[in-house]
Design a protein around this ligand. Structure first.
Ligand code: URA
Length: 236
């Protein structure tokens, strides 16, 4: 059994003070009954907790979909530059969240943040074959030779061996979709540069079952829906 104030705070949505106020205002219900004291206890596995009528998921981990903007580091801290954690609330920052994989400073798009280490590991392991789809604008136009080269698995100048990757030219080929099942340093940029088509801009659209929510503007985030969380856990 856990204290209700602790359970609500651990979701990262409210501070301890805010939880106290919610309880005092009668906005928190446990199994349909108004919670009177924040220190009341509930079983996180079975408790039906609601705030203002909306169910609160007391699962032990937090999962956040972020639209990473350009100019922000995919790191948890940096002495000089803003990191993706700076885009979250102080409550969430205290939870020890980290980005699942890295996007370059100038890359935009889908980034998952969580405190679920085992899930992050599964998503990033090349053995799990989780597709990460990027949209790239290139200097030049990608063609059938490039598609075949990526599909064969490229070996880059420094000997780096890449797994077979998907390449789909869009329109006249100045834009393309690249699908990777791994995430080596600067991988998309290096593969396309090796084909003589340097990347001008890069944006991640999806990762496994997660697709960037079009409603999320750059720099904005939201919690995963229960269905998205379920789909991620199924990758296990
Ligand atoms: N590949 C890159 O080159 N950069 C990224 O940010 C992600 C994949």
């Amino acid at each position: 059994m856990e204290r209700i104030d602790k359970l609500l705070c651990s979701t990262g949505r409210w501070s301890r003070k805010e939880v106290k106020d919610l309880v005092r205002q009668g906005r928190v219900l446990l199994n349909g009954r108004v919670v009177i004291r924040p220190e009341e206890k509930a079983d996180p596995a079975s408790a039906a907790l609601t705030v203002d009528g909306a169910a609160v998921d007391c699962a032990p981990f937090v999962y956040i979909m972020l639209h990473k903007p350009a100019g922000v580091l995919s790191a948890t801290e940096d002495p000089r530059q803003p990191t993706v954690l700076d885009l979250l609330s102080p409550e969430l920052r205290r939870r020890g969240l980290f980005p699942v994989g890295r996007l370059d400073r100038d890359t935009t798009g889908l980034l998952l943040l969580t405190d679920d280490g085992p899930l992050a590991h599964r998503l990033l392991s090349p053995k799990k074959h989780v597709n990460k789809v990027y949209r790239a604008a290139v200097d030049g136009t990608v063609d059938g030779d490039d598609v075949r080269a990526l599909a064969a698995g490229m070996v880059l100048g420094d000997g780096l061996r890449c797994l077979p990757a998907g390449l789909e030219p869009l329109g006249d080929g100045r834009l393309c979709l690249v699908t990777l099942q791994e995430g080596k340093y600067h991988q998309v940029k290096r593969m396309l540069a090796a084909r003589g088509k340097p990347v001008l801009s890069l944006h991640r659209l999806s990762m496994g079952p997660l697709t960037l929510d079009e409603e999320l503007k750059p720099g904005k985030w939201r919690f995963l829906t229960p269905q998205e969380g379920e789909e991620l856990r199924r990758l296990g």
